[in-house]
Design a protein around this ligand. Structure first.
Ligand SMILES: [Zn+2]
Length: 198
């Protein structure tokens, strides 16, 4: 017997979420069907609410309920150092490092020729524009240590050096091929301390 069409549709939608395979999508779908109405409503409302209030910071492109975001508006931070990350989740990971007091810039991904992601698909232009208008003396590149992240680091470092701004890359305490988002605070802290000029 085939699954009812409405369940099939639900599985199909959930399956498209990152990291969710067909089996997991099936499990979640049947689980949601059995949940009490109040729980389902809370789930839906929390998604809708977050989507409604979260915006992209117009300075660093971090996701925040405010624009500029709390990091960009924090006047106690060093305003001449910018750490470049791929995603808002990476920013959260680096922000746990207490001894980094600079600002951020979220690229919104990494270069990936195989997936047809080129320089105009991430915020390289916006980064360069910000470096030209703000008084930035160092850019720390904290893209992932996989091949896409490395390629992106090399590409943007060349552009930044042309502006006469110092560019550094996180030092190698980070596992090769790793995602900054999942690195622990101590590792990121050591990688920042051991950063190397590009
Ligand atoms: Zn911001």
């Amino acid at each position: 017997m085939n699954r009812p069409q409405s369940i099939e549709r639900m599985i199909d939608v959930i399956k498209r979420l990152p990291g969710v395979g067909p089996k997991m999508a099936e499990r979640l779908s049947y689980y949601i069907l059995k949940m009490p109405d109040s729980e389902v409503n809370r789930l839906i409302e929390s998604i809708l609410k977050a989507r409604q209030v979260m915006k992209s910071c117009s300075v660093c492109y971090n996701l925040s309920e405010y624009d500029p975001c709390p990091v960009c508006s924090d006047l106690d931070r060093e305003r001449n150092v910018v750490c470049v990350v791929e995603t808002p989740q990476d920013l959260i990971a680096v922000s746990k490092v207490k001894d980094y007091k600079g600002l951020y810039f979220v690229l919104g991904g990494a270069l990936s020729p195989l997936d047809a992601v080129g320089p105009s698909d991430i915020r390289i232009d916006k980064l360069i524009k910000r470096l030209k208008s703000d008084n930035i003396s160092e850019v720390i590149i904290a893209t992932d240590t996989d091949s896409k992240g490395e390629m992106t680091a090399v590409y943007i470092a060349e552009l930044i050096k042309k502006l006469g701004v110092k560019v550094t890359r996180l030092g190698y305490g980070l596992p090769v091929g790793g995602d900054i988002e999942y690195a622990d605070e101590v590792t990121i802290s050591m990688a920042i301390a051991g950063r190397k000029e590009m």
